[in-house]
Design a protein around this ligand. Structure first.
Ligand code: PLP
Length: 503
């Protein structure tokens, strides 16, 4: 596999500029002089030379005709798309643009309920309405595994005017359903499948990995190349295929939402990251997969620690290893903090688990460090069992509560009003008393950045319980600090809850 002699046209054009330039009379203002960055100089020293702008030969992201066009064309061929757009503001901007391209104000879209906040923001920007479809939950772990086709089918039956579906696949935990039947179902009704594949840029590049969303038939997929491949942070791609998504609208949306000064360092890293993968094919992932398989073997010899395994009902990314303490002595947050104490920084934690993100760059030495840290943790705290009835109950308990909710929501509207809401229209209610009130802000535990509540959503007993659990376990919230303040921002209009966003 792999083409052997892949090109990186954008990076090469930037190098050519660097070798011919004698004087920089253009932005950026650092003029490639690292000393302008003071104590950061030694780190930025070589990078600044290539931090350039739309100069002759370097093309224009918003009207690509030369090196960027060629780099995007090569990326499309590599990832199996008809067209690929480079994103310099992460999958965040890709999610927003794909929704804006598909929906006019007032249009209806089916949306997987545990979508990233950028999807909700995309709905707000487009003025679109969402019908939320709740994902299924893994019996054993309580983790969300993705949408069931029959739920999407039912949602389409109830809301035949929906333009399509926004699915998240894989999840932050590397879980997801086979999207093929979802694509077939939607396409049979000429509706589009838009996939937030932020965590799946590597999918389809190795026999041990699930296929990509595009290979399953998605019309658009948005991938954070920076998360699971090797681009710089914020470097992402939007891929498109088929006749259902209006490309002109997509380009316009990206033109509005992306910076007019896109970072060439980020764009070139997308070019180089694709080039690396293309040159090596599946071999690019072999060494990392080998290290992960050694990690699993070695961990199996340490019964204290467990790993979540796929059950066959959903696919699981081998690069996401979901670790837990079998004794129940350390919850997910505590285990994460312990690992950090020994210099190993996981991607995130929940009440029960720690998510370890590996990638094609992971090596045996990373595994060795991790195992050493786990051994030291065990040596320090011993392994008495604190819970009598076994461990990992928190997610399961929460999942049971959510199972009581309707799988498919009523249509929900989001407007710019949400942004302009005045602070005086808020009150801050104690966490213990928030049930039944209407959220005034998006409530986002981070990571994973999945809103537990969107503005205008009524707080159900299940969500209130979930908020309390998260706060008690010390979860970090973006925006209002629920853990620290013990309150929730709710709407108060003339002394009443307004709740006008839900129809
Ligand atoms: C599922 C999902 N979608 C989208 C995003 C946004 O991606 P980015 O950070 O590339 O903007 C994230 C970020 O964590 C995510 O987890």
């Amino acid at each position: 596999m792999g083409s052997g002699s892949a090109q990186a046209p954008l990076f090469e054009a930037m190098l050519a500029y660097h070798s011919r330039t004698l004087g920089r009379f253009h932005v950026p203002g650092h003029k490639a002089r690292p000393e302008m960055l003071g104590q950061g100089a030694s780190f930025y020293e070589r990078l600044l030379a290539l931090d350039v702008t739309e100069l002759p030969g370097l093309d224009d992201l918003h009207h690509p005709e030369e090196a960027i066009e060629e780099a995007q064309r090569l990326a499309a061929a590599c990832f199996g798309a008809e067209e690929t757009y480079f994103l310099v503001n992460g999958s965040t901007v890709g999610n927003q643009a794909m929704i804006a391209a598909v929906c006019e104000p007032g249009d209806l879209l089916l949306v997987q309920r545990d979508a990233h906040k950028s999807v909700i923001h995309g709905l707000m920007l487009a003025g679109a309405k969402a019908v939320f479809v709740h994902p299924r939950v893994d019996e054993q772990t309580g983790l969300r595994t993705g949408l069931a086709v029959e739920d999407v089918e039912e949602a389409l039956r109830r809301y035949p005017s929906a333009k399509g579906l926004v699915a998240t696949c894989p999840s932050y935990y590397g879980m997801g359903p086979d999207l093929k039947s979802m694509a077939d179902l939607l396409h049979a009704q000429r509706k589009c499948l838009l996939v937030d594949e932020a965590h799946g840029a590597h999918y389809g590049f190795h026999p041990k990995l699930p296929g990509s969303a595009l290979s399953c038939g998605a019309d658009v997929s948005v991938q954070s190349t920076h998360k699971m491949l090797s681009a710089l942070t914020m470097g992402s791609m939007l891929h498109v295929q088929g006749p259902l998504v209006n490309r002109t609208a997509l380009r316009r949306a990206l033109g509005m939402l992306q910076s007019s000064s896109p970072s060439y360092l980020i764009m070139a890293s997308l070019d180089l990251s694709r080039c690396y993968l293309q040159e090596r094919g599946a071999n690019a992932l072999d060494e990392a997969l080998e290290a992960i398989s050694k990690w699993r073997e070695q961990l199996a010899l340490r019964p204290r620690w467990g790993l979540v395994c796929a059950t066959g009902e959903y696919e699981m990314d081998p690069f996401k290893q979901v670790l837990y303490d079998n004794t129940g002595q350390l919850n997910g947050y505590e285990l994460k903090a312990e690992l950090e104490r020994y210099g190993c920084y996981p991607e995130m934690a929940d009440a029960d688990h720690v998510v370890l993100a590996f990638s094609l760059a992971s090596r045996q030495q990373d595994v060795d460090r991790l195992l050493e840290a786990l051994d030291r943790i065990q040596g320090k705290i011993g392994d008495e069992c604190r819970l009598e009835s076994g461990s990992r109950q928190e997610n399961r308990r929460e999942a049971d509560l959510f199972q009581l909710q309707e799988r498919i929501s009523e249509p929900v509207s989001f407007t710019f009003g949400t942004i302009h809401d005045k602070v005086e229209a808020y009150s801050y209610i104690a966490l213990d008393a928030c049930e039944g009130h209407v959220a005034a802000e998006m409530i986002v535990p981070y990571p994973p950045g999945i809103p537990l509540l969107y503005p205008g959503e009524r707080i159900t007993p299940q969500t209130a319980a979930s908020l309390r659990r998260l706060a008690a376990s010390g979860a970090h919230f973006q925006g209002h600090n629920i853990t620290g303040l013990g309150t929730v921002p709710v709407q108060t209009f003339h002394g009443q809850n307004r709740g006008h966003y839900c129809e």
